[in-house]
Ligand binder design. Structure first.
Ligand code: HEM
Length: 434
């Protein structure tokens, strides 16, 4: 079991997990509850959220990297930070990022050669990285030019791993061999982030009007006794990088893959995009004007949720209906499982974007579809990600058609996100009408 968890936790879940409202077992790592019933999920994530903390294993993996960033902060620090960061993610600020998202995607699309076969999974990571670097720092990053993207990869690769000792809940003083190598990378990376923040602070002092209105400026505006500390600003920059670019990249890659496997769904999406782009130049308006494109993206998020598991632990044991949730139980709300649950969805494994067309979408229970989580800890970047994805899909699909080739046989593997093992090799062909 530990071997499977290390290699690919998605392979752990057998047929009962996809049929039962919940499963409660005691494994090597202690008691485990899999929560599938939307009412139970609502109980854990919303109604009784105050009785649930972030799961110990998740915190052990992520806290050394993200420290008091929003994803890993708890208690008072989390409450203060979430409040301080609300103004950063207002619709006005998100719309303000649309031109940068468009610019980066257009530049990226320029690089595609008609007829070439590319690893789309890798390409989408590059694209979302470019968008994040632009919206986070407007490209004003300290350190050696052009190495930041590789530094992030190295950091997540070395630090963001499940160590078998964590799963066994071994004491903290036992060194995690899988993470020792990451410490140097971590210190180097943190150095670059603090220097970047310092540079921006200087610029804001010299030229408050001229400084870019990106995430970094917005976060610095949230600094103060009621807001964020300097350390928390740095932690949140690293959190946005960790939580906000690979997730969206995975979602885009899986969407292009699903569309290539279902050309009858791709046609109407291409037509929709062609019509809207022809008369709406403002990319901030595309999300509301492209319901079919949004539906294919939401359906891909259902089948391949980039964050496949939301993990909690009860502070006090409790009973929900006939289910006893024991102390220290790992309570797993797994979008991967819930989104494919046999009792919750018709043809759960099929790609059917019509589920999310206006009129149908409203019939889906709020707690059976959770790509961004739910409750007080719902993804703060959800609308940023939706806008980014629709702009990226609109630009890419208006110019290119993505088709699978014989080597395209991705196997979904749970790392920090749901990744396609073997990549997503696909042929990129320029569309005739362009
Ligand atoms: C398709 C893209 C994305 C997906 C699927 C996704 C998914 C999630 C999920 C499921 C959670 C809840 C975790 C939990 O309850 O334990 C979460 C939280 C979070 N996400 Fe996202 N996310 C995405 C994009 C982003 C972006 C673009 C950003 C930032 C720019 C971001 C920043 C965060 C942060 C800071 C949290 C922690 C919120 C809190 O605990 O208060 N995410 N995300």
């Amino acid at each position: 079991m530990i071997r499977i968890v290390y290699r690919n936790p998605l392979e752990l879940w057998g047929e009962p997990s996809y049929n039962e409202p919940w499963i409660s077992v005691t494994g090597v790592g202690g008691p485990l509850v899999i929560a599938n019933d939307p009412a139970l999920i609502r109980h854990v994530l919303v109604d009784n959220a105050k009785n649930y903390r972030m799961a110990t294993v998740r915190q052990k993996i992520l806290r050394p990297i993200l420290r008091d960033g929003l994803l890993t902060a708890e208690g008072e620090v989390w409450r203060r930070s979430r409040k301080a960061m609300a103004p950063v993610f207002t619709p006005r600020n998100i719309f303000g990022f649309a031109p940068a998202m468009l610019k980066r995607t257009l530049e990226f699309a320029e690089g595609y050669v008609d007829g070439s076969v590319r690893d789309i999974a890798h390409d989408m990571t590059m694209l979302t990285y470019e968008i994040l670097a632009e919206t986070l720092f407007s490209g004003e990053i300290a350190g050696e030019k052009g190495t930041f993207a590789q530094d992030i990869d190295r950091l997540l690769e070395t630090m963001g791993r499940v160590d078998p000792l964590d799963l066994l809940r071994a004491p903290d003083w036992l060194p995690r061999l899988t993470r020792i190598r990451g410490r140097k990378t971590m210190a180097y990376f943190r150095g670059i982030v603090s220097e970047t923040v310092r540079m921006r602070e200087d610029r804001l002092r010299r030229d408050p009007e001229g400084a870019p209105q990106d995430f970094l400026t917005l976060l610095l505006k949230a600094e103060g006794p009621q807001g964020l500390t300097r350390g928390e600003i740095e932690d949140n920059i690293i959190t946005f990088i960790g939580a906000g670019h690979e997730t969206t990249a995975r979602a885009l890659g899986w969407t292009l893959y699903c569309l290539a496997e279902a050309p009858w769904e791709r046609e109407p999406v291409e037509q929709e995009i062609d019509a809207v782009l022809a008369d709406e130049p403002d990319p901030a308006k595309w999300l509301e004007r492209l319901p079919l494109t949004r539906a294919v993206f939401e359906e891909a998020l259902r089948l391949y949720p980039p964050a496949p598991s939301i993990n909690r632990e009860p502070i006090e044991p409790e009973t929900f209906k006939s289910l006893y949730i024991p102390p220290r139980a790992a309570v797993l709300v797994m979008p991967w499982v819930v989104h494919r649950h046999r009792k919750l969805w018709v043809e759960p494994d099929a790609f059917i974007p019509a589920r999310f067309h206006p009129g149908n979408r409203e019939t889906i229970d709020r707690f059976q579809y959770l790509p961004f989580g739910a409750g007080p800890r719902i993804c703060i970047g959800a609308s940023f990600a939706m806008q980014e994805a629709i702009i990226a899909l609109a630009v890419l699909l208006s110019r290119f058609r993505f088709d699978t080739v014989t080597e395209t046989r991705p196997w979904p593997v749970q790392k920090l996100t749901t990744q396609p093992e073997g990549g997503l090799p696909m042929r990129v062909t320029r569309r005739k009408r362009q």
